[in-house]
Each structure stands twice: as structure tokens, then as C-alpha cells.
Design a protein. Structure first.
Lengths: 204, 280
């Protein structure tokens, strides 16, 4: 398991560093911006992180890692678990960096909570969906299905008149934040179980 | 005891069926899996290495059913394939660090000595390695965690004569430990003839024969005769014939040929050729 985590780390470290640098540069550039802009920006970064693992799975597909690792003393469950842990770790690391940068820029704790919690929950949910789709259909199909889903969601929100970003950033209670995170983790765990099932039944 | 036992293995794909494949590898031996491209060699290896699910039949590794194999069994198996599965951005040093965390018997000293012996460099990224170097890296990995069963799937393809010989010599060293075994799948028959103790010939998803190599070479012979003389032979003595406008060749059972017929020493390649061509 430790070996698998190292493999993911060696493969993705450049991507995490890139995301971190982009985040630092943009936050510095957005100094003095309002909550809505920073919230939108943090959402953008979280969406970027959410597709980290799909990139890692794409590398695995390209290098036929799954076939290569089949006779190794690691279970299919451990292989999937490793991807889910690394995805969560990337979200946590970049969220922590985002929080630190906001604090350094003198933003209040309330402000940080408002611009962080929902993007993190959304990031976890997006990760759950893309990982599960990748294990079921492979990366190429998963990307197309995911883009289609995003299009449908945006279209549905537009139809319902829920596209005002201020609606998401302000005026939500603590309970709303807690529930969002709980729901996101529940979806993540359900996605993990399905991914283990798909991965275990696949031929490589 | 057999290190690997395959019994009545079946797998169906669209347009291809693997039918009741059976063979086993005794301790201290090298089994060659031969057959034309698409015969089913890689499918068999993918099933044994847990990459593909079988439809029916049994596979036992060190006496344990494939479905019940735990980390101890998988720690004892090493596979060398045509593709190196590591992400290409990793260096050989990174790959070692990954493997150290996967195999409980990983031996860094042994790995280092193979890397040096095979002329590789720890700092090199996998993407910068040539096909031959990648194969050598895979072999170094396979030999550095005290594996008892080494499986090579077309591992010598695309390698020059020297590199192939180097790999075959390493395999011969590996098999000096009589508790080990090797399954070598390739369509380079001369490699097989040089090092294998047993040969399993797969044709269109079926096992044509699975026998001791020396017995096979003793059992069959090739004769060059004209058609009239060929008819003098008992039908049971002739396995297959290959007739052209000017000559006839036949694969025959050596012990059923009457004296007076001049036989040639056969090769695995001859036997394979006749079986694939078919026809009496």
C-alpha cells in the first residue's frame, strides 16, 4: 500500500506543485477582491484538483499499470483505496494552502469558511463521480460523460434561476456547511465501494 | 510438487476461445509456451497473473487456487511483460522506492547489483530507456524480491541477439535454485529450444501438446521423401506431410519408421510448423 502511494506521489507531485503555484500567484493578484471573486476562484482550483486522479488513472491506462500490477501482492481494493486517499490528500493540501494564503491576506475566519467549505464539498463530489466513472468506463469515456453531466447541471441550474454565485457564498448557516461536507463524504465512500466493485471485475 | 498447475482453463472472447488448456510446471524447470501470434499465450498468462478472469477451469500457484492466493503467494511471483507498467516520469530510483513498499522480500542490494550488471542507471527516467533497457529493468525487478516463479510474456521480443542471450543466461542462473520455476511465452522458438525443459504448444486456443522437450525431439523426426515412398509408410507413423511440386517432407514418429528410411533430427520449430500447417 505504501508503495502504491509513493507511485501516485511521484507521478502527481508536479501537478500539485503547479496547482499550488497557480493558487499563490492568483490569490496575490486578487488581493482586495470580494468574497464572490475569491469564492469563484477557489471553486475553479477545486475543480482542477478534482480531476487530478483521472489524470493518474489515464497514466495507468497508458502504461498498462493495472495489468503490470495484477500479480503484485496488493489487492484491487488497495489499488482503488490508494487513488481515493491521494485524491483526498490533494484536496486537503491545496485547501490548507488556500486557507493559509487567505489568512496571510488578512481575511477573517468567517470569510475563509464561506469561500472554502462549499468548493471543497463540490470538489469531493466531483472527485467521487469522475473516479467512479473512470473505473467503470475508462478515462476517455468518463471525461466525456463528466463534461456532459456538468453541461446538464449548469443548464438545469440556469432553468431554475440558481446561477447567482452570491447565493452559494453568503447567507448559509453552519448546519448547511456541515451537511454539505457530510453528504460529500457519504458520496465519496459510496463511490469508493462502487469503484472497488468495477475494478475487481475488470479484465486488463 | 508443481509450482504452477493449469487445468481445463477456458476463456471466451468475441472471435476467440481458449479451450481446456492444461499444463503444469514442476519445480526446477522452465516451461516454454509456444504458438503463433494470437494463439492464446498472453491470455493464459493474463489469467495466471490475475489480470484477466477465467470462465472455467483451475489455476493453482504453489498448490493454492488462484482465487485464494494471498500476499505470500504473490510475493513469490514475478512477471516480465513486453510493456513496463511504471509511469514514464519515474526514475529507476523512484521505481525501486515504490517496489520496496510493495514486496516484503525486496532486496535493494540484489537490485543494485542487477542494475549495474545490466548497464542501467538509477537516475534515468523510464521514458528515456530503450525497449531492451526497459526489459532489463523489468528483469532486474523480477529477480530482486526472491520470486520462486518467474513468468515472461514475449520478454525477448524486439531485443538484439546479445541482449536476448544475456536474458536467457540470467534465466539459466535463476533456475539453478531447484525450488524455482519459469514460464516463458514467446514465438522466438530458438530461445525456447535453448533453455526450456518442457514445451506447451498452443494453437488456436487449444493445447496441441505439453511435453518434455527432449522427449518431443526424440519422439518426432522429419523425413524428406518422394510421394511414392511416402505411401510405403504406415499411416500411423506419419503425423503430417508437407508436399510441394518437387518434394515431400513429413513429420513422423521416429519409433514407427522402418529401417532404411533416412530421418533428420527435428526441431521444435519443425514440429510447430507441421502441426500448424496440418494435412496428411
Amino acid at each position: 500500500m505504501l508503495g502504491l502511494m509513493k507511485k501516485e506521489f511521484f507521478t502527481m507531485k508536479n501537478y500539485i506543485i503547479t496547482a499550488g503555484v497557480i493558487m499563490i500567484v492568483l490569490i496575490m493578484a486578487m488581493k482586495g477582491s470580494g468574497a464572490a471573486e475569491i469564492g469563484m476562484f477557489s471553486g475553479y482550483v477545486m475543480a482542477y484538483i478534482s480531476i487530478f486522479m483521472i489524470t493518474m488513472i489515464a497514466f495507468d491506462e497508458k502504461n498498462k499499470w493495472d495489468r503490470y500490477s495484477s500479480p503484485m501482492p496488493v489487492t484491487k481494493k488497495q489499488q482503488v483505496l490508494c487513488k481515493y486517499i491521494m485524491q483526498l490528500l490533494s484536496i486537503i493540501i491545496l485547501t490548507a494552502l488556500f486557507v493559509v494564503l487567505c489568512a496571510v491576506n488578512g481575511k477573517s475566519a468567517l470569510y475563509i469558511k464561506e469561500v472554502t467549505v462549499i468548493p471543497v464539498a463540490i470538489s469531493i463530489i466531483i472527485s467521487s463521480i469522475v473516479l467512479m466513472l473512470s473505473y467503470k468506463f475508462g478515462v476517455n469515456k468518463a471525461r466525456m460523460i463528466f463534461v456532459g453531466m456538468i453541461f446538464l447541471i449548469v443548464f438545469a441550474l440556469k432553468m431554475c434561476g440558481l446561477t447567482d454565485e452570491a447565493y452559494f457564498i453568503t447567507g448559509n448557516s453552519n448546519m448547511f456547511y456541515i451537511i454539505s461536507i457530510i453528504v460529500a463524504f457519504a458520496i465519496y465512500i459510496a463511490s469508493f465501494c462502487l469503484s472497488v466493485h468495477f475494478h475487481s471485475n475488470k479484465d486488463f | 510438487m508443481s509450482i504452477l498447475e493449469v487445468k481445463n482453463l477456458c476463456k471466451s472472447y468475441k472471435g476467440f476461445d481458449l479451450n481446456n488448456v492444461s499444463f503444469d510446471i514442476p519445480e526446477g524447470t522452465i516451461m516454454g509456451l509456444i504458438g503463433e501470434n494470437g494463439a492464446g499465450k498472453s491470455t493464459i498468462i493474463n489469467i495466471i497473473t490475475n489480470a484477466v478472469h477465467k470462465d472455467s477451469g483451475t489455476v493453482k500457484l504453489f498448490g493454492v487456487d488462484l482465487e485464494n492466493c494471498g500476499p505470500d503467494i504473490w510475493n513469490s511471483i514475478a512477471v516480465v511483460q513486453a510493456d513496463c507498467g511504471f509511469p514514464e516520469e519515474l526514475t529507476i530510483k523512484n521505481a525501486e522506492s515504490v517496489l520496496k513498499g510493495i514486496y516484503k522480500n525486496w532486496d535493494s542490494g540484489k537490485f543494485e547489483s542487477y542494475i549495474n550488471k545490466l548497464g542501467l542507471d538509477f537516475k534515468k527516467k523510464i521514458k528515456s530507456l530503450s525497449t531492451g533497457m526497459k526489459m532489463k529493468l523489468e528483469l532486474a525487478i523480477a529477480l530482486s524480491h526472491s520470486a520462486k516463479l518467474l513468468i515472461l510474456d514475449e520478454a525477448t521480443n524486439g531485443l538484439d541477439f546479445m541482449a536476448r542471450n544475456e536474458i536467457l543466461d540470467i534465466l539459466m542462473d535463476f533456475i539453478q535454485d531447484e525450488s524455482c520455476g519459469v514460464l516463458l511465452a514467446s514465438h522466438i522458438i530458438e530461445d525456447m529450444e535453448r533453455i526450456c525443459d518442457y514445451i506447451t504448444f498452443i494453437h488456436n486456443g487449444n493445447v496441441v501438446f505439453s511435453e518434455n522437450k527432449d522427449d518431443l525431439l526424440d519422439k518426432y523426426a522429419v523425413i524428406n521423401i518422394d510421394e511414392n515412398k511416402l505411401s510405403e509408410l504406415d499411416d500411423k507413423a506419419v503425423v503430417y506431410t508437407d508436399k510441394t511440386q518437387y518434394s515431400s517432407k513429413a513429420l513422423v514418429y521416429r519409433n514407427q519408421i522402418p529401417s532404411g528410411f533416412e530421418t533428420e533430427k527435428t526441431t521444435i520449430q519443425d514440429i510447430m510448423y507441421f502441426y500448424m500447417k496440418g494435412g496428411k
